[in-house]
Design a binder for this molecule. Structure first.
Ligand code: GEK
Length: 247
């Protein structure tokens, strides 16, 4: 399947808060996320590696907000290498357009024994007993009030010794450091070929759609829900990834 280059905001126009995971975004998503999230490829690869370290035979490994299945693919490869063939890989996303493309991408790679894909809202889907749950850049799209309840349901679904991998865009609690991170992120996007107009239009489109929080708020909420310990295992500019264990 060929992925298109992201030029969705090339006109420089976007209504504030208009960003949706529709067919247009799904078509260019692979290119968009790689050129927008510094450390995307590393985070995806390490998510697979971490998943294989915490996966328990005969349990589920769920990727919530799986988009085009990049992390599912990394998990499938890492689990196979670790000889964990009986871990049930599950991908959940509420965008039909994303899941269609995800299915088309995974089937040629993994055949019909690949992950079970479910079109559902992560806030409502029933989670099976799991040893690993991955939330890579998905929590940030939920209304803040819905985040703790979802994390509590994930905690309840995880088996003792299970792991949550949580990647998010973050804001720095120090305004000066935040400004610096924003400036460097815009520089990163420019280096990836986005114009200033595109960067500004995308920023407007995701306003109030993607709501980032501080690292401290993320960690505190995970601890409150019952995860322990919570480890920051990766940070690249204003993007961070946490590993939170269910004791
Ligand atoms: C990756 N993890 O490539 N229920 C289900 N899915 C949702 C919901 C919801 N309530 N809200 C948003 N999504 C992926 C990247 S992208 C991140 C994740 C980004 C889905 C949405 O449809 C989209 O596919 C995904 O979460 C977020 O590693 O675009 O920055």
């Amino acid at each position: 399947m060929t992925e298109d280059r992201d030029g969705l905001f090339a006109s420089g126009h976007a209504a504030p808060g208009s960003f949706r995971f529709d067919a247009k975004v799904a078509r260019v998503f692979d290119d968009m996320i790689r050129r927008s999230v510094p450390g995307y490829a590393a985070t995806v690869a390490m998510s697979g590696w971490l998943a294989a370290r915490f996966a328990q035979p005969g349990t589920a490994c769920c990727d919530l907000g799986c988009s085009l299945g990049a992390t599912l693919l990394a998990c499938a490869e890492a689990l196979r290498e670790a000889g964990l063939d009986d871990v049930n890989l599950i991908g959940v996303d509420n965008s039909a357009a994303m899941l269609d493309r995800c299915r088309n991408r995974l089937e040629p790679e993994l055949g019909h024994n690949g992950p079970t894909l479910m079109e559902a809202d992560v806030r409502e889907v029933a989670l099976p007993p799991s040893s690993v749950v991955i939330l890579n850049w998905t929590l940030q799209f939920l209304p803040p009030a819905d985040r703790a309840p979802l994390l509590a349901r994930i905690h309840a679904a995880l088996l003792p010794g299970g792991a949550l991998i949580l990647s998010e865009k973050i804001i720095d609690s120090d305004p000066e450091a935040q400004q610096l991170a924003e400036r460097l992120h815009a520089d990163f996007k420019r280096t990836q070929g986005y114009s200033d107009l595109e960067i500004a239009a995308k920023r407007s489109a995701i306003e109030d759609v993607l709501i980032p929080e501080t690292l401290a708020a993320q960690k505190e909420r995970l601890l409150e829900v019952g995860f322990r310990p919570v480890l920051l295992w990766y940070r690249n500019l204003n993007f961070a990834s946490l590993l939170a264990l269910k004791p």
